[in-house]
Design a protein around this ligand. Structure first.
Ligand SMILES: *Cc1c(COP(=O)(O)O)cnc(C)c1O
Length: 383
């Protein structure tokens, strides 16, 4: 146990994993089993995520990015196809379109929530548009009714990048049931972790089977299935990758998932503590949470008055051992996207303006009340 003086100055990252003895025991159990990579734990983890989300099918892969790539492949994105994505997200949301040879088209976000704006999506639709990827930014589910109305009208796939929002819900429907395909990440800063890992859930069996092949070189059977069937024969029917997740990681995922309700409760309690502290502040403005959602709080983001204040606050908090961060530089402003697609400033002015002023405060289930108070105090006294 750290001494109180150490605890009050210890570095607080913006997010971090919580690993208990039961997670360690689960991984050790897998190490002692016959299966290190694809074995019984992968299916167990997939079934557990189906049970948690209410989705019918799940395909576990090696990262959230691999999951996004598998989703784009499953819906047949290829050269000439456009996929609409929000400007305010992690680069992987757009990169997965580029992996398939498609073009990501950036839509602006709502200034209060930083969620993709359905009206902006509608304006970006062309006869090449094939899909929309909605990102539940910070853990708040998007306006799925409006998005679904648009994608239905134009016969597009709706994909949810729910890397921030496992355990969230929209109008009583759980994240995992709100889009055609829903993508999760199990990176250590996310709600539950497998070290690296990801998953796609779906209600369409054919899409799920395509993703299962895609994660295993485009081969229909895996090593274990062939062993059980007593055959050596396999056929590669399409080009795939090695995006498999291991049994070690899946054992950890099953163990972590059991604790997800507790992790969510703790994240929500921390968010309430921040909300109350900033309720009357003019300078520190949290993002708006809509009444029809249950927020999963991967991030707790506040907006400051201007870019100069954000720079000062960022430096001051970092100097004081508080690991604030900025999520995200709008994707179309990355030099890769400027060079490859000719995107640049003014394409999505709301996201660009917000980016100058936002800051993400530490939020993870292992943070205690006193640590949250420390962040609040340091932020309120930034001058
Ligand atoms: C974390 C994240 C990803 C990528 O997940 P990895 O597991 O790190 O590959 C994709 N999209 C968003 C919005 C994320 O936050």
């Amino acid at each position: 146990m750290p001494l109180p003086s150490e605890a009050s100055t210890a570095f607080l990252p913006y997010g971090r994993q919580m690993i208990d003895e039961d997670d360690i025991a689960a991984v050790v159990g897998a190490l002692r089993s016959d299966w290190l990579t694809t074995g019984p734990k992968v299916g167990e983890f997939e079934a557990a995520v189906c049970a948690f989300t209410g989705a019918q099918y799940a395909v576990a892969v090696s990262s959230g990015t691999a999951a996004l790539h598998a989703a784009m492949n499953a819906i047949g994105i290829g050269p000439g196809d456009e996929v609409i994505v929000p400007a305010m997200t992690f680069a992987a949301t757009a990169n997965c379109v580029v992996y398939q040879g498609g073009t990501p088209v950036f839509a602006d976000v709502n200034p209060d929530t930083l969620l993709i704006e359905p009206l902006a999506v509608a304006r970006k639709i062309t006869n090449r548009t094939r899909a929309v990827i909605a990102v539940d930014y910070a853990g708040q589910p998007c306006d799925y009714d409006s998005l679904r109305a648009i994608t239905d009208r134009h016969n597009l796939f709706l994909v949810a990048d729910a890397c921030h929002s496992i355990g969230g819900s929209y109008k009583e429907s759980k994240v995992g049931t709100l889009a055609d395909l829903t993508v999760f990440s199990f990176h250590p800063v996310k709600h539950i972790t497998t070290g690296e890992g990801g998953m796609v859930v779906a209600d369409d069996q054919e899409l799920a089977e395509r993703m299962r092949r895609f994660r295993n070189h485009g081969i229909a059977t895996d090593h274990r299935q062939r062993e059980q069937q007593g055959t050596w024969y396999y056929e590669m029917t399409e080009l795939g990758y090695n995006y498999r997740i291991s049994d070690l990681q899946s054992a950890m995922g099953v163990s972590q998932l059991r604790k997800l309700p507790g992790f969510l409760a703790r994240r929500r309690a921390i968010a309430r503590q921040y909300d109350q502290a900033f309720a009357d502040s003019v300078a520190i403005r949290p993002l708006t949470t809509l009444t029809e959602v249950e927020h999963a709080y991967h991030l707790y983001v506040v907006s400051l008055p201007d870019a100069a204040t954000r720079a000062t606050v960022f430096q001051k908090l970092r100097d004081r051992g508080i690991g604030v961060n900025v999520h995200y530089l709008p994707v179309h402003l990355h030099s890769f996207y400027r060079d490859r697609f000719g995107y640049g400033p003014k394409l999505c002015p709301v996201a660009e303006g917000a980016y100058e002023r936002i800051i993400s405060l530490p939020i993870w289930p292992g943070m205690d009340k006193v640590q949250v108070e420390r962040v609040i105090r340091e932020l309120q006294e930034w001058r």
